[in-house]
Design a protein around this ligand. Structure first.
Ligand code: NAP
Length: 364
């Protein structure tokens, strides 16, 4: 029996490139998109290039809920191994919320958000029954924070990201099921054609084919990825990216963008702290996050001060994160467990606690 990959929004851009990549791997493809003519042409192209089966479902996702019973009927009887929730729309250029039409608002809700939620609930039951399957939900770097001028788009992508990551957790322990969230930066497609800065390909703006080749290789290895290596770097440099965005937007927006930067700075600190905690955890260290004041008796009589050499360079560059990184931890297996961190110093608990308490108070 043929195993199918279902790809939404597949007649152009990233979706079409995913179809090519998956067909290269021998998967038959169900193409779901809006324009019949383009659907037929992509289906033919894939069939002749990769000698796999294709099926098409013409669907306009902006129609909303009423659409899905028909999609479900047309998918019945097919073994679906992969679902790529790719379809997405964005306002044609950045604009203020008052300028976004009611039609655009509902299109974002139905296409970007509704499609992901509904398609997962149609297709995941058969994957769960078989104990096999991969779901890929395409969010965006726009989901990393509120975005003035792209408010409705960024918010819809935040929905995709949160839903996808939560569902990934739901099925984390089910062997064989993977739910991946992809948060790309710019890819050169129709969606980014509103500006030459976002559309011309370069090291940071791949073609859809380059992007999909890289993103497809990550399925099954990670459940959260930007999909492309330079996009990973861009996420680290998100603040700088937003400064560039500021330059593209009008001067009247500068203040708002600066406010946004402040929010993003906080977000980055949070992410960096999470990253550090995870790294420490992987090294077998129990951590106490001083910023959270989560001190507890259970951490034993001695605490160790983790030297800052453990912390990655980008974190070092950020004084707030550096402060957050002043973690006191203990190494359950002794100093040897710290490996290269030979300079770890051992502080009596009282000395550590006294740094955390208001001056003049000593720990009990
Ligand atoms: N490009 C980027 O830089 C970028 C960055 C981050 C995230 N993303 C996300 O990646 C996904 C793909 O984006 P893209 O840049 O490849 O977009 P794209 O080039 O504009 O292609 C969108 C595809 O979706 C189809 N589509 C649009 N509206 C539809 C509707 N109402 N019903 C059914 N199909 C519809 C289009 O069909 P037609 O050909 O009929 O229009 C087309 O095949 C989106 O979810 C987007 O948010 C893109």
């Amino acid at each position: 029996m043929n195993v199918f990959a279902v790809v939404t929004g597949c007649t152009d851009g990233i979706g079409k490139a995913y179809c090519h990549e998956l067909a290269k791997d021998g998967l038959s493809i169900v193409l779901i998109s809006r324009s019949l003519e383009k659907l037929n042409s992509v289906a033919e192209e894939i069939k002749s290039l990769y000698k796999v089966d294709t099926a098409i479902i013409q669907a306009d996702f902006s129609e909303g809920r009423s659409l899905y019973s028909r999609i479900k009927e047309q998918l019945a009887g097919k073994e679906i191994g992969v679902l790529i929730n790719n379809v997405g729309v964005m306002i044609p250029y950045p604009k203020l919320y008052e300028e976004i039409t009611e039609e655009e608002i509902w299109r974002h809700i139905n296409v970007n958000m509704g499609s992901v939620a509904a398609m997962m609930s149609i297709i995941m039951p058969q994957m769960l029954a078989r104990g096999k399957g991969a779901v890929v939900n395409i969010a965006s770097i726009a989901a990393y924070g509120p975005m003035p001028m792209l408010s409705i788009y960024a918010a819809s992508k935040a929905f995709v990201e949160f839903l996808s990551r939560a569902v990934a957790c739901d099925y984390f322990m089910r062997r064989g099921i993977t739910v991946q969230t992809v948060t790309p930066c710019y890819v050169s497609t129709n969606m980014t054609s509103f500006s030459k800065y976002t559309h011309s390909t370069n090291l940071f703006i791949p073609t859809p084919a380059q992007f999909a080749a890289s993103a497809v290789s990550s399925i099954g290895y990670t459940d959260y990825t930007t999909g492309y290596w330079t996009h990973g770097i861009q996420c680290q440099l998100l603040l700088r990216q937003l400064l560039l965005l500021c330059q593209h937007l009008q001067c009247q927006l500068l203040l708002r963008q600066l406010l946004l930067l402040c929010q993003l700075l906080l977000l980055c600190q949070h992410l960096q702290r999470q990253l550090l905690l995870r790294q420490l955890h992987m090294k077998g260290l129990s951590c106490i996050d001083v910023n959270n004041q989560r001190l507890s008796e259970e951490y034993g009589p001695h605490l160790r001060l983790v030297p800052f050499s453990l912390i990655m360079a980008p974190i070092l560059a950020n004084p707030e994160a550096l402060h957050a990184a002043r973690l006191y931890c203990r190494a359950p297996q002794g100093a040897a467990a710290l490996g290269p961190l030979s300079s770890v110093s051992c502080c009596p608990r009282a000395a550590v606690l006294s740094k955390l308490l208001p001056s003049g108070r000593s720990p009990q």
